[in-house]
Design a protein around this ligand. Structure first.
Ligand code: GLN
Length: 541
């Protein structure tokens, strides 16, 4: 049986529980253990697929097509393992499952209650779909004290008792605010948070405190005393300027040693090998060059909305030893502007990236950005919607079809991008139509793509067949292929049946490529995604 580590958070939200969980996993992995991380989000949406990026940040898509919390992206990037559908669940899905079972009569007429029915459903999730993992880390979303989170705390309390306390560890992450006038880090909020957790029957085994500065011995002792811990189990989680420095910092604080001691595994554990983490930190401290990439998007105010994209660009920077500076440009700012104003906004960029998105707002601005990049020979990477706008721009300008558009935005148009009613997934035809539910009904997850030999895409991947992750409803019409090819615009990647364009590229250009999928989900710090690596290389070019 694996050992279970439960990570909860207190005092405030946004403390970085996801990155903390991923870092704990990375430290265990560096000692040769097999680690799996799961996220339990107490909110009542079935999944984050329909939640606004403004509120919830990016929706991360797994290989097997689940729309999940962005923390799963951190897990994948830190551990290099693909999370599954079975690694993410929400309170809404738990209740949905229980109510579905109730309607089916599975409870044989019993009164359905929070305990045991909801708690059992949560416990079943925690222990399902496990093979030979040494550690399962379960991050509980939200903040201790939230009403909808209580039932999750109750479930993990029970679970630890069920498997034996020696097989479970509770890590609680809190905040030590620094009060300037007093010149002190304050421990009281953390004390209260540990008490709130105790009210739910859970004694934290390790307390991790986010802090802007190191903790003094007296602060550590005070926290230990009030929180029922030994001082070694009070660990500071220092604010750092880059998330990939965190595993090394936790290791310095002795976190992995304390975790293994709790499980009685320290003496049998091998020494950690953290060299790959040290290598990337070394690169980010000695950049050799710098580029500025303009991201022309819709949710530029909130960087969490483009989390994986940010990270993928950073990974590509690591691979090229190049600091990637991002300039966020609200695409609506480009609309209805004179060419000199557009020039003012888009000049001085080494590369332009148009990310994915939904809805018409800002689309015409993205089309302007794609045209500017094509005409001025600035490296362009279009992702999902970014490919669709590039295709619309090209068909309008090069083929002269002025009303080319996507039926997502305009019903009366030449439908270059339109709803596909059927496509193939694992041999099964998937059907979608206008009236389909909004949740979980997109083309989601990993699909194969066949690359055309000799094209830019084929050179970048050095492979004939690739797998990339999708999250979209609309597709480009393949029937424009011949006419576009005559004008030097290639469809260089297609679905295996040749029906769905997956990649377009412009020939007579240093780097102009649009992809219908989301390569950012698969990029990792130790192995940047080839498309991003090539895009940054071209931008340096
Ligand atoms: N809105 C577009 C579609 O549904 C693009 C989606 C995306 O960029 N992820 O096809």
């Amino acid at each position: 049986m694996p050992k279970y580590i439960f990570v909860t958070g207190g005092v405030v939200s946004s403390l970085g529980k996801g990155i903390a969980s991923a870092s704990i996993g990375a430290l265990l992995q560096s000692r040769g253990y097999k680690v799996r991380i799961r996220k339990l989000d107490p909110y009542l949406n079935i999944d984050p697929g329909t939640m606004s990026p403004h509120q919830h940040g990016e929706v991360f898509v797994t290989e097997d097509g689940a729309e999940t919390d962005l923390d799963l992206g951190h897990y994948e990037r830190f551990l290099g393992i693909h999370p599954h559908k079975t690694d993410s669940i929400s309170g809404g899905k738990i209740y949905f499952n229980v109510l579905t079972k109730e309607r089916r009569g599975d409870y044989l007429g019993a009164t359905v209650q929070s305990i045991p029915h909801i708690t059992d459903e949560i416990k079943e999730f925690i222990s399902s779909d496990i093979t030979d993992e040494d550690f399962i880390i379960c991050e509980i979303g939200g903040t201790v004290g939230d009403i909808e989170g209580l039932i999750f705390l109750e479930a993990i309390r029970q679970f630890a008792n069920d498997i034996g306390r020696e097989n479970a560890l509770f890590i609680h992450l809190t905040l030590l605010p620094y009060i300037k006038t007093a010149g002190e880090l304050k421990t009281k909020p953390s004390q209260h948070s540990v008490k709130t957790l105790l009210e739910a029957g859970i004694q934290a085994d390790i307390l991790m405190c986010r802090s802007s500065m190191p903790m003094s011995d007296s602060e550590r002792k005070k926290l230990a005393l009030f929180c029922n811990l030994v001082p070694e189990d009070v660990i500071v989680a220092l604010d750092l300027d880059n998330i990939y420095k965190i595993p090394l910092s936790y290791h310095k604080e002795g976190l992995d040693v304390r975790v293994l001691e709790h499980f009685g595994m320290l003496s049998s554990s091998r020494e950690p090998d953290l060299s790959r983490w040290e290598e990337i930190v070394e690169v980010m401290e000695h950049w050799e060059r710098e580029v500025t990439i303009g991201i022309v998007g819709k949710y530029c105010g909130l960087q969490d909305a483009y989390k994986s994209l940010n990270e993928a660009l950073f990974h590509a920077g690591l691979a090229n030893r190049c600091k990637v500076k991002l300039k966020w440009i609200e695409s609506e700012r480009l609309e209805g502007k004179t060419s000199s104003t557009v020039e003012e906004i888009l000049s001085n960029l080494d590369g332009i990236l148009v990310p994915g998105g939904f809805g018409y707002r800002g689309v015409e601005g993205k089309i302007i950005a794609a045209r500017y990049a094509r005409e001025h020979k600035i490296p362009y990477l279009g992702i999902c919607l970014g490919m669709q706008v590039a295709a619309i721009e090209i068909v309008r300008d090069i083929l002269g079809i002025q009303d080319a558009n996507s039926t997502e935005f305009v019903k009366e148009c030449t439908p270059l991008i339109a709803l596909m009613h059927e496509w193939d997934q694992g041999g099964l035809k998937q059907k979608r139509h206008e009236g389909s539910d909004k949740g979980g009904t997109l083309r989601l997850g990993s699909y194969p793509c066949i690359l055309t030999k000799g094209t830019l895409a084929w050179n970048i991947y050095s492979q004939d067949k690739i797998y990339e992750r999708h999250r979209h409803r609309y597709e480009m019409d393949i029937n424009y292929e011949q006419e576009l090819a005559k004008k030097g615009v290639l469809i260089s990647g297609k679905s295996p049946d040749g029906v769905l364009p997956e990649i377009i590229e412009v020939k007579d250009h240093p780097f102009f490529i649009g992809v219908q999928f989301h390569p950012e989900f698969k990029s990792q710090p130790f192995s940047a995604h080839p498309l991003f690596r090539a895009f940054i290389k071209a931008s340096i070019g």
